[in-house]
Design a protein around this ligand. Structure first.
Ligand code: PEP
Length: 267
């Protein structure tokens, strides 16, 4: 089957309103050209950016009217509404034009106490209320060095999906494999390391959820740049990218989109 390719930018705590608008506008305006000459067999491409909560309203017009640019949130509350100071719920995000949320990013797990249990609540709530979820998983360097990278990621995955059943695992669930040692470090996983982990994730999803699980898009994240995007896609089983640093400039982000569109997938 031909799984959707996603190229998503995570702006983290960067880009105040003016810079966010400039970047979103640049991406929206360049998107048509960036996807104009897809490689034969290139699957449907979906491009999105995740500004800070406060820049969502300012960037939403570019997502809505200029193109097919998706607007994402960098996180989402585990509850729909109520006395949860500092949290932002699914309905609020949807009001702002948000279609998807990143959940379980390693920075949230490392600095803000997002355990697998909390991530599971966020995933279940977001899916139940109609948001697409980009669920992040990834091992630390010590887990990789100990040869425990696969078991670490698979247990993160199964615990983070503990509160959803196979009915909820539909096209609104996207997985992002992001080895912690590759995020913001300039050190990318080799195409083979990324592909092998994606295969392990896919096998686990297929075993747990059947065909629907097997058919999920699995993205790679960790120091993706215009210069390494094509070789990662060409490795196979990599359905796009979650991009941090290189998504902060429209030009470099669009170059990654172009590379993903123009690189043939192995059969
Ligand atoms: C990320 O934070 O999701 C990420 C992949 O960052 P970077 O591309 O900067 O490594």
């Amino acid at each position: 089957m031909s799984r959707t390719t996603w190229i998503l930018g995570n702006w983290k705590q960067n880009h105040r309103n003016e810079a966010a608008v400039e970047c979103a506008k640049g991406i929206a305006e360049g998107l048509e050209a960036a996807t104009a000459n897809p490689a034969q067999g290139c699957p449907q491409l979906r491009v999105g950016v995740a500004p800070t909560y406060l820049a969502l309203n300012a960037t939403a017009p570019f997502a809505r009217s200029h193109s097919e640019l998706w607007l994402l949130a960098q996180d989402v509350a585990a509850q729909e509404s109520g006395a949860f100071t500092g949290e932002v719920g699914v309905a609020m995000l949807r009001d702002a034009g948000v279609e998807a949320a990143i959940v379980g990013h390693s920075e949230r797990r490392a600095y803000y106490g997002d355990t697998n249990g909390l991530v599971a609540d966020k995933v279940a709530n977001a899916l139940e209320h109609g948001l697409t979820v980009v669920l992040c998983v990834g091992e630390s360097l010590s887990a990789r060095d100990a040869g425990e990278h696969e078991s670490t990621v698979i247990s993160q995955l199964s615990e983070s999906l503990a509160r959803v059943d196979s009915k909820a695992i539909d096209e609104r669930l996207v997985i992002a494999y992001e080895p912690v040692w590759a995020i913001g470090t300039g050190r990318t996983a080799t195409p083979e390391q990324a592909r092998d982990m994606h295969r392990a994730i896919r096998a686990h999803l297929a075993e747990t959820y059947g065909d629907t699980g097997r058919d999920r898009s699995i993205l790679y994240g960790g120091s993706v740049k215009p210069g390494n995007a094509a070789e990662l896609i060409a490795a196979g089983d990599i359905d796009g990218f979650l991009v941090g640093g290189a998504s902060l400039q429209a030009d470099s982000f669009l170059a990654i989109v172009t590379a993903a569109a123009q690189t043939a997938r192995p059969s």
